[in-house]
Design a protein around this ligand. Structure first.
Ligand SMILES: [Zn+2]
Length: 600
């Protein structure tokens, strides 16, 4: 048994999240974590909202609120969406907690002490008419990389590249349109080249990574440059050095603080459990931490932060780059075991775009459809290893043909037939070769499905689980227990239904990581009591260090099903089942397509 960290990408809190966001990292990380817990591992699944940086400041300015107020609004929206999807975070927090600030500053100081953070003179913008500093967000111009004409001083929203204001072509002030003047200013840089060797040898020992992720990461090492970790901005974590701490115009760069969230959230989780050192079981690189595994889930645009930059921060803080050094008070820290990146989801052939209304937000989706219907689509047809298109027609087809007509129908007909003819789970008599064969297929599923989930091949995994369902449906058609009506045939009818129900129970366990809401229902239809698939809770929590309170997602996941076949007990009462899944009318396709691109 291992200590398994599931480190899930931090959604940016400048608006509600759409299904593309949760397809890449949200649902896959939950499927993985649920499976690992069922298999007996000690899982810590953490994330939170990423709330600093220029885009939030810009959005807040536009809305006439403070950045904190904007972050509060979307933090809550995102917490509720992830709760609705049943994502089993041990802690989903945010980057504006005092705990997070303290951990970010501790890493900054440790890296600085060990010589991995260097000050550099760079060009900063000032307004010629006032002589005051122009923060990055107030500078706009043409992106030197893609030509987009409204790129900002720190980032191009069109191509996603990070920029420096002086790189912009035709830079202008967003306040009054004047051309900014560039003057020398000091910033801090992370000395990434000092980690090229250490990261290279670490990458040499990575197993099981998706080959494209490994190749991409290795290529990055060939051209590592020092990277700015502070900005001209008022909204963010203060720089914890004398002479800088109290400066209102310089903050730690948002990417530097957000990537540290995995660690700060783990520490916050431990503090909330009453055992403030408990996080070390997942993070400590010493002997005790040898059974600790860390899996990082994200979209492919974030690979660099997880396979190069985050390892560099961990190595530098632990004193393990070219310049050596001592570990800080958090001790030597574990590097990721695996970086699990997904590809992109598009919608009806187009890139998701809130401004062009090519979008469906998680909230709107969950108002109209069940969470498990979306979870099923993502697992069976999501962007696991290829860019993938979400179409409403395919969503409805998979829901109706696979979930309802395949799995829902098996559950429904086997339980209702047993309820009607026996009122309980019938006893099994002597088993035929066909009975044994079906039971064996279901049992074998625990190995094959489990192994595939552990290797992040969830598409193949749910395919294997659904193959068990298909075999069971075929078995029922062939055995036709509805025809076994005479007094003489009744025992055989009982045996067939017992076998079918046992396979329903096994298939339900195999599908539990993917479809936890319906798995709980099927478990109860089979007479089960208590928790089968534990669910997250929203808790209104206090900030541990006296800051404002905030909602967190957390839960008790020590309860629930294990990853094994549980023999059904003959005589357990059964009643006529209600359908577990909803069939969708094909007209929803047109309704949804009409909603796309409408309004604005
Ligand atoms: Zn660009």
């Amino acid at each position: 048994m291992s200590h398994v960290l599931a480190a899930v990408a931090w959604p940016y809190a400048n608006g509600p999240r759409h299904i593309g966001h949760v397809s890449g990292f949200g649902v896959p990380s939950d499927v993985f974590s649920r499976f690992m817990r069922m298999a007996g591992h000690d899982v810590l699944m953490v994330s939170g909202t990423d709330e600093h940086g220029t885009p939030i400041q810009v959005q807040a300015d536009a809305d006439g609120v403070t950045p904190r107020e904007l972050a509060d609004r979307y933090n809550r929206v995102i917490v509720e969406d992830l709760h609705g999807l049943g994502l089993s975070y041990d802690l989903f927090t945010r980057t504006t907690t005092r705990n997070h600030y303290a951990v970010v500053q501790e890493l900054f100081e440790g890296l600085h002490r060990n010589g991995y953070i260097v000050a550099r003179t760079t060009l900063g913008a000032i307004s010629p008419s006032t002589g005051r500093t122009l923060p990055d967000r107030y500078i706009e111009g043409t992106c030197p990389i893609c030509g987009y004409d409204s790129a900002r001083g720190d980032q191009c929203d069109n191509c996603g590249n990070q920029l420096d204001p002086e790189q912009l072509i035709n830079p202008r002030s967003r306040i009054n349109g004047e051309t900014p003047q560039f003057v020398e200013t000091e910033h801090f840089f992370l000395d990434l080249p000092a980690f090229a060797e250490a990261i290279g040898s670490w990458l040499d020992h990575r197993e099981n990574w998706r080959p494209n992720v490994l190749k991409f990461s290795r290529n990055l090492l060939d051209d590592l440059q020092p990277r700015a970790i502070t900005r001209d901005l008022e909204w963010g974590v203060p720089i914890p050095l004398d002479g800088w701490r109290d400066r209102a115009d310089k903050r730690i760069y948002v990417w530097f603080d957000a990537v540290i969230g995995y660690l700060s959230a783990s520490i916050e989780w431990a503090r909330r459990t009453g055992d403030p050192d408990a996080w070390r079981q997942w993070w400590s690189a010493d002997a005790q931490g040898k059974d600790a595994l860390g899996y990082y889930f994200m979209g492919k645009d974030n690979i660099v932060f997880h396979s190069v930059i985050w390892p560099a921060l961990l190595l530098g803080y632990s004193g393990a780059g070219d310049k050596g050094g001592e570990a800080g008070e958090l001790g030597k820290l574990n590097l990721p075991t695996e970086v699990v990146s997904s590809e992109y989801l598009t919608m009806e052939g187009k890139k998701f775009s809130s401004s062009r209304r090519v979008v469906i937000y998680v909230r709107d989706f969950l108002e109209r459809y069940d969470a498990d219907a979306l979870r099923y689509f993502i697992a069976a047809a999501g962007p696991e290893s290829n860019d993938t298109d979400f179409t409403w027609a395919e969503f409805v087809r998979r829901n109706n043909d696979e979930l309802v007509a395949g799995w829902g129908n098996l559950v429904n007909r086997s339980i209702s037939m047993a309820a009607k003819n026996f009122g309980q789970i019938p006893a099994a008599g002597e088993l035929t070769a066909e009975d044994e064969a079906l039971l064996a297929v279901a049992k074998a599923g625990f190995d094959t499905v489990g192994e595939l989930i552990a290797k992040h091949r969830q598409k193949a995994a749910i395919g294997e689980a659904m193959r068990v369902v298909a075999e069971a449906n075929k078995y029922l058609s062939e055995q036709a227990p509805w025809k076994l009506k005479s007094e003489e045939e009744k025992p055989r009818q009982g045996t067939v239904l017992h076998v079918a129900l046992q396979v329903v129970s096994d298939a339900n366990t195999l599908l539990t990581p993917f479809l936890p809401h319906s798995a709980q229902k099927v478990f109860e239809l089979l007479g089960g009591e208590g928790v089968h698939a534990p669910m997250p809770q929203i808790v209104e929590a206090e900030d541990l260090d006296g800051g404002p309170g905030y909602p967190i997602l957390t839960g008790d996941y020590t309860v629930g099903a294990r990853w094994q076949s549980v023999p059904l007990v003959a005589g357990t009462p059964l009643s006529a089942p209600k359908p577990v899944f909803r069939k969708l009318d094909p007209s929803v396709v047109e309704e949804e397509l009409a909603r796309l691109g409408e309004g604005a």
